[in-house]
Design a binder for this molecule. Structure first.
Ligand code: HEC
Length: 170
């Protein structure tokens, strides 16, 4: 084996190759660390089964319609007819619809349904809070409270639609 002049080109090439080999594991480790930050350590156990539209029409809309229809007034020629739940079963149905609305706020955040962590999150939480208030109103069997909270529920739906589904507004 011949001793080489330390200033010869092949030696320099080897050196730069060696430092490149040191950089590669560093870059890979950094990339793995960044990937670990981007992905949650444990994958969510929840799985969205239907699309957003179907969630609206099968879960949110029927519950909201039942809740909104529970209390109100119909003006007729004979006078004003008050609409109120008429039995225990009807009150329980109103309460159950409110629970569905409250929990729907959570369903809107499952997996890819959550469009962002800003307004989408806020409107979903607002629906959960409004639904919970609606649940309490129904549990206390207070028709005026059920009516008033119905407005809060409506604005939670409408607020999100204005921002994320403007073409659907009347
Ligand atoms: C966090 C946002 C958000 C909230 C809260 C929300 N929606 Fe929606 N909703 C949407 C989006 C986005 C669409 C459009 C979906 C599409 O066309 O893909 C939609 C569409 C709908 C549709 C139309 C579905 C169809 O057939 O095209 C109905 C009905 C509906 N929503 C009802 C409701 C009701 C009732 C509430 C409240 C109880 C509500 N939504 C609350 C985001 C929301």
């Amino acid at each position: 084996m011949t001793l080489r002049d330390p200033e010869t080109a092949p030696r320099r090439a080897n050196e730069s190759h060696a430092s490149f080999l040191l950089i590669v594991p560093f870059v890979v480790t950094t990339m793995l660390a960044l990937a670990a930050c981007a992905e949650p350590a444990v994958e969510s156990p929840m799985r969205a089964v239907v699309g957003e539209k179907a969630l609206m029409t099968t879960v949110l809309e029927p519950a909201a319609d039942l809740y909104w229809a529970a209390v109100g007034e119909i003006v007729t020629a004979e006078g004003v007819e008050q609409i109120r739940p008429q039995s225990d079963e009807e009150w329980v149905a109103v309460r159950n619809a409110a629970v569905v609305l409250a929990e729907s706020g959570n369903l809107l955040l499952v997996g890819r349904r959550a469009r962002d962590e800003g307004a989408w999150l806020d409107w979903s939480r607002e629906l959960t809070d409004a639904g919970e208030e609606a649940m309490r109103a129904a549990e206390s069997r207070d028709p005026d409270a059920v009516f008033d909270v119905g407005e809060r529920v409506y604005f939670a739906c409408r607020g999100c639609h204005e921002q994320y589904w403007p073409e659907g507004l009347p």
